[in-house]
Design a protein around this ligand. Sequence first.
Ligand SMILES: Cc1cc2nc3c(=O)[nH]c(=O)nc-3n(C[C@H](O)[C@H](O)[C@H](O)COP(=O)(O)O)c2cc1C
Ligand code: SF4
Ligand code: SF4
Length: 261
Amino acid sequence: MILYFSATGNTRFVATELAKCLEDEALDLCSKIKQHDYGTIRSDKPFVFCAPTYVCEAPAFFYDFLRKVDLAGSRDVYMVSTSGGYSGISGNIARAVIRKKHMNYKGCAEFKMPPNYIANKSHRLPDRAEIEKRITDTYNKIKPVAEIIRSGKQLRYRHIWILEKLIDYPSNPVLSRIGHRVRGFYAADSCISCGLCEKKCPLNIISMRDGKPQWNGRMCAHCMACIQNCPVEAIEYKDITNGRKRYRCDDYRQDISRTTE
Ligand SMILES: Cc1cc2nc3c(=O)[nH]c(=O)nc-3n(C[C@H](O)[C@H](O)[C@H](O)COP(=O)(O)O)c2cc1C
Ligand code: SF4
Ligand code: SF4
């Protein structure tokens, strides 16, 4: 079974295409994460956990879910990571969590997708041709990865250098604590009170009050699910996101599947 979290659709794309190749099910974990539902998930086929990369790792809430959820049936777990180009130590941390659950870590596959971190000052969304190229390259890489998973073999994970580990392991907690602040999000008057942002937030940070979203607490995952999925682009972060093009993989993926099949 393919288990995934996706804020802007990149990981959903990979998870659903993998599921097609493996004739397996792709399960969106968002509602389980929101509800802290760690009840038994059963699969006779290997588990494949798919997540985006947030500062060199999968999201902390994703590892937390993996740690706590009860997995029954197969004892094999693969990790799949999507990123804007650098997945860091996502696989290494997954390996540690999976081994602690006394399950077999079967390796990690990485997919370079378009970047989605619109609230980051240095974010730059590539042009349409580059976005489509990344999605097409990923699409073409999915089948060989699925074949390895189907055969039960180990996915070959790239070597992580010691220097990389020395930089990446402390980077995530430090940079996340500094950068992933809730203060700064707001909804403009164009908000149509649809409630989608509240529904999409994996951490339940957003609540609707008098028909408008309110961001609660101090820190969040900065996953970008709220800001990127708002149907009228009413959400902004500080003065960073004004005028920036929003990104959702679904706006591009239809064409990709058609041109490569
Ligand atoms: C908070 C945050 C941090 C990110 N950090 C990285 C990173 O360290 N390296 C990278 O290549 N991409 C990074 N990205 C880009 C995403 O990992 C990438 O776009 C991913 O495919 C998004 O997946 P999704 O559409 O399934 O949410 C980051 C994105 C966000 C929102
Ligand atoms: S998703 Fe956008 S339009 Fe819908 S409630 Fe949130 S801010 Fe308003
Ligand atoms: S508030 Fe927005 S960016 Fe923060 S975790 Fe929720 S959906 Fe993601």
